[in-house]
Design a protein around this ligand. Structure first.
Ligand SMILES: [Zn+2]
Length: 171
């Protein structure tokens, strides 16, 4: 009778373990999303300053790799004054789709900037270098949402842009 009892318990236990194991494997299988793949690429990041050359500003954030439009990064430095860096990164296909980057901070003369601040500053600098502004700096600045700069760097970012603006005017 006791042997039968032990046998019954053992069968129950084996069944329970087998059931648990299946559950674990099932969950593990579900977590790996088949649509998310890892992509290796090189991303260029420039150093944002009032005198950052135009080609560097234009290349900032561009990704190079097998799965990208541009396969090979350019030879650095771009030109005199170039402080671009090429960083090897691993993206998920989700990053690529969303346009997000694994690089969370951006080097600049104002220290490490958030991606959002860096993008706004870059767009301002690029507009200064490519445009032919006739008006004053404050008129020029009106086309940008400068309130989107983080409060702690806003005034420094504006001074940096103003310096770039004056440099172009005095050329
Ligand atoms: Zn460069």
């Amino acid at each position: 009778m006791l042997k039968l009892f032990i046998a019954a318990i053992s069968v129950g236990l084996i069944y329970w373990i087998w059931h648990k194991k299946n559950q674990i494997f099932y969950n593990r299988g579900k977590k790996a999303d088949p649509f998310i793949t890892t992509i290796e690429a090189i991303e260029l990041q420039t150093f944002l300053d009032w005198d950052t050359p135009q080609p560097c500003l234009e290349c900032d954030g561009i990704r190079y790799g097998k799965q990208f439009k541009q396969k090979n990064p350019p030879d650095l430095p771009h030109e005199q004054g170039c402080r671009c860096e090429a960083t090897k990164l691993f993206y998920t296909s989700d990053d690529v789709f969303q346009g997000t980057s694994p690089i969370l901070t951006h080097k600049s003369a104002l220290g490490d900037l958030s991606a959002k601040d860096a993008l706004l500053l870059k767009n301002i600098l690029l507009k200064i270098k490519t445009g032919s502004e006739k008006g004053s700096f404050s008129d020029f600045l009106e086309q940008f949402e400068i309130n989107n700069f983080s409060a702690d760097i806003r005034s420094a970012a504006i001074s940096l842009a103003e310096r770039a603006f004056q440099a172009v005017q005095n050329k």
